[in-house]
Design a protein around this ligand. Sequence first.
Ligand code: FEO
Length: 171
Amino acid sequence: MIKKTVESAINEQIKREEFSSRLYLSMAIWCESNGFPGAATFLYRQSDEERMHQLKLVHYVNDRGGKAALMSLSAPEANFGTLKEVFEQVMEHERYITSSINDLYEVTLNEKDYTTGNFLQWYITEQIEEESTMSTILDKISLVGSDKSGMFHIDKELSAMSAAAPAVGAE
Ligand code: FEO
């Protein structure tokens, strides 16, 4: 049976993953209506992945005899100035998620819940991959600056990334 302290720390993470899904959905909507269909496809997919991260935690808590709980969420930002701004915010958000996963892992160590600590390893590895992918995308966007044809190619590349490879976070 999972301890209450661990259960409630995981429930906080469930909330953060749900917010991530909504944030990327909001970003995808902005991209789709601002001429970046490839980035929209990429972010719709990321939104789905975050929902999967949330669900994986929900099942884990319930399977360990706890009870997953949902919390109220504030609306994510809906307006972004540029594609670069979108991915800067993705990067910043993923760094925040990494730090929250690390904090959650620390709770499991303090509670000597090594089973949950072991389960969280998947998220720790996942965050390394996500930060690396987002950093690469951001570097490319920064490189082309405001060049329209460069932006067009990056958008195409994001679309290809969504189609060709398993999405970041896919099992
Ligand atoms: Fe599920 Fe990208 O954090």
